[in-house]
Design a protein around this ligand. Structure first.
Ligand code: NAD
Length: 335
């Protein structure tokens, strides 16, 4: 039986990770979940925001499924998400964004994958007050991490039969830092002449995406632009409740939805479980359970297309549990 660390997280985290557990059971995946939490709840119970038990569990199991964790704004502890990504060097954040039949949006032809560099940039957390009223934050871009994410993006494109990689940057202004990022991706691109390569400045990219999203295939971005553009892209296909994600490292991977803990709807049985369920399908791909992963994606697509058991955020009136049960029921019927 595969052991996987489960971090329920905050806000809607417990509701959407419970949905994942139910769906994987329906898909006959016998997983021994090792449940350990991090964040505020963990701090109250153990005195640690990231308890040793959580770190030990991820180090041993090498695979974790994570619910969203609340990070206080402008004060308090350092983001646990960022800390875990840095500690386990999960350098590539992979976020596939695809239009789904049954969801009304201005576009029905979005099919792109965001590959976000996950270990450095402004997320290094090196910031301080220079003097009262003057704050400084350091943006770190290294050749090593930029070449590594470039390689990952092109390898991903090759493996998944994708034709184009677009690097997104602001090297016209940050000539040295983003300039280094861009230079590294260009060097990698030369090794893959069969894959089209282009570069777009991040502000223009935002405009292009909300007008012509069909033009894009694989996007590779430094950490901060990757974070922002992912949410924008989620909006193109119906919102944050739908978009899955994976943090991939050399030998450790942490799977989680793009969305956060959505405190406004926490505890109301209203959260859309799709993003987490599709993240779990990515996790099954990762452990070579391809057919179960495909079945889960088929079940989600069916329930959304049918539109009878969908949550409020995508125009339905089902609860989280009802939508999850509809997905499980399809899986049980088909398998
Ligand atoms: P959020 O993603 O929690 O919510 C943004 C909007 O999307 C809200 O309107 C919310 O209701 C909606 N939404 C998100 N997920 C949904 C779902 N599954 N179903 C239906 N609607 C959904 O972003 P935020 O409000 O900026 O952040 C809230 C907290 O989450 C913050 O503390 C932030 O730091 C944290 N956060 C954590 C992660 C993570 O753990 N990976 C990611 C992003 C934000």
């Amino acid at each position: 039986m595969k052991e996987i660390t489960l971090i329920p997280g905050d806000g809607i985290g417990t509701e959407v990770t419970a949905a994942v557990q139910k769906v994987l059971t329906a898909a006959n995946q016998s997983i021994a979940w090792e449940i350990v939490n991090g964040g505020e709840g963990a701090y109250q119970a153990t005195g640690q925001y990231i308890p040793d038990a959580l770190l030990d569990s991820i180090s041993t199991n090498k695979i974790a499924f994570k619910g969203p964790i609340t990070t206080p704004i402008g004060k308090g502890f350092k983001s646990i998400n960022v800390t875990l990504r840095q500690k386990y060097n999960t350098f590539a954040n992979v976020r596939p964004v695809k239009s789904m039949e049954g969801i009304k949006t201005p576009f029905n032809n979005v099919d792109l994958v965001i590959i976000r560099e996950n270990s450095e940039d402004l997320y290094c957390g090196i910031e301080h007050l220079v003097t009262e009223g003057v704050a400084e934050s350091i943006k770190v871009i290294t050749e090593k991490a930029s070449l590594r994410i470039g390689e990952y993006a092109f390898q991903y494109a090759k493996k998944h039969g994708r034709n184009k990689v677009t690097s997104v940057h602001k090297a016209n202004i940050m000539k040295i830092s983003d300039g280094l990022f861009l230079d590294c991706i260009r060097r990698v691109a030369k090794k893959y002449p069969e894959i089209e390569y282009e570069e777009v400045i991040v502000d223009n990219m935002c405009m292009q995406l909300v007008m012509y999203p069909e033009k894009y295939d694989v996007l590779v971005l430094p950490n901060l632009y990757g974070d922002i553009v992912s949410d924008l892209a989620a909006g193109l296909v119906g919102g944050l409740g739908l978009v899955p994600g994976a943090n991939i490292g050399e030998d450790i991977a942490i799977f989680e939805a793009v969305h956060g803990s959505a405190p406004q709807i926490a505890g109301k049985n209203e959260a859309n479980p799709t993003a987490c369920i599709l993240s779990a399908a990515m996790m099954l791909d990762y452990i070579n359970e391809r057919s179960a992963a495909d079945l889960i994606r088929e079940a989600v697509a069916y329930v959304i297309r049918e539109g009878k058991h969908t949550t409020k955020d995508i125009g339905g009136n089902a609860t989280t549990e009802e939508m999850t049960e509809a997905i499980c029921s399809y899986i049980r019927t088909v398998s």
